[in-house]
Design a protein around this ligand. Structure first.
Ligand code: B12
Length: 258
């Protein structure tokens, strides 16, 4: 199967549910990260960075939660992780039995070291999905050198209103001829990047980092309310759209969504 054919099969499963996939070679990722973060596959191995767009909440997540019958099913594992795992599993099945596929989700860590198995922002950058802005993207940065300043990725259509969900690695497919696409750089000046990093690091709860570029679509008030609720209390919001709506402290300009 060619890379295009595999992409199409994965897109057919994931795109209608509000996900995007972007192909990359393992070598592009390994070139950027320190050896401790290397992914142990041949450099030409075909992989896909997976991210969820704002519509995933309505298209995949709420229907998934409505299928869970009991609170204990919801409480066993964060339902967003189970929902994404289910979608990725369906994508994997679409390639079987022809391919050997490995999935790494964004929250997976190595035992003992607790180091993330995949640095999704780097995968997002090398696959062309979203530009990863970091402290070293700026010539003269204003922060004390000892200060920890985390980087953040900005998507060309959704700004910061998206989440990386992991990678799909096609272990038996090598694509020496895959062409790399640079991620769109939507911020150009140092001042814009400083402003973004300030918002992400020191005011992330306000969500302003997500709006540093004009966006085509963002999270609904209900979705923001859900993510702003502590995980232990989220189950109380689930399965009951009206309740979610009534608990929202935000004005929803799109009343017809629910
Ligand atoms: C641990 C973690 C945290 C920790 C530490 C943050 C950190 N960045 O280290 C804490 C708990 C503080 C945190 C907080 C948050 N996080 Co967090 N976090 C992560 C997590 C799980 C791992 C990050 C990590 O440990 N990186 C390790 C360091 C070493 O990586 P690095 O700095 O990128 O360095 C590498 C690159 O620089 C690369 N590299 C070197 N040179 C070059 C050159 C180029 C061109 C490139 C591309 C790369 C590259 O090599 C380095 C490694 O060797 C990621 C998910 C993931 N699996 O990646 C989410 C993630 C970064 N978090 C995210 C978010 C949204 C948040 C929060 C807003 C909370 C929330 N609502 O989820 C807050 C905001 C931050 C804050 N102000 O506190 C999102 C960011 C999305 C985005 N648009 O970028 C991520 C990607 C999760 C996701 N699923 O989407 N987080």
């Amino acid at each position: 199967m060619s890379a295009d054919f595999i992409s199409e099969k994965l897109r057919n499963v994931l795109e209608p549910n509000g996900f995007e996939i972007h192909p990359f070679k393992i070598g592009w990722y390994n070139e950027k990260v320190k050896p401790v973060f290397h992914l142990s596959y041949p450099q030409d191995t075909l992989s896909f960075c997976v991210l969820s767009t704002p519509s995933m909440f309505d298209k995949a997540f709420l229907p998934f939660v409505e299928r869970l019958k009991t609170q204990s099913e919801i409480e066993n594992r964060d339902p967003i992780d189970s929902c994404v795992a289910e979608q990725l599993q369906k994508a994997k099945e679409a390639l079987q039995p022809d391919h050997e596929v490995n999935i790494i989700q964004d929250f997976e860590v190595h035992p003992v070291t607790r180091r993330p198995k995949l640095l999704v922002q780097t995968a997002g950058h090398v696959s062309g999905a979203a530009f990863y802005y970091k402290r070293d993207s700026i010539t003269n940065d204003p922060w004390d050198e000892k200060k920890k300043v985390y980087g953040v990725s900005i998507h060309p259509k959704y700004g910061g209103w998206f989440a990386f969900r992991g990678a799909i690695i096609i272990k038996d497919t090598f694509c020496s001829d895959l062409q790399q696409t640079a991620p769109p750089k939507t911020l150009s000046t140092d001042q814009e990047i400083v402003d973004l990093l300030e918002k992400f690091n020191f005011h992330w709860k306000e969500n302003t980092f997500r709006d540093v570029v004009p966006v085509q679509e963002k999270y609904s008030a209900e979705q923001i309310c859900y993510w702003n609720t502590a995980p232990s209390k989220r189950f109380a919001l689930l399965g009951i759209k009206d309740k979610l709506k009534s608990m929202s402290s935000f004005q929803d300009p799109h009343e017809n969504i629910f």
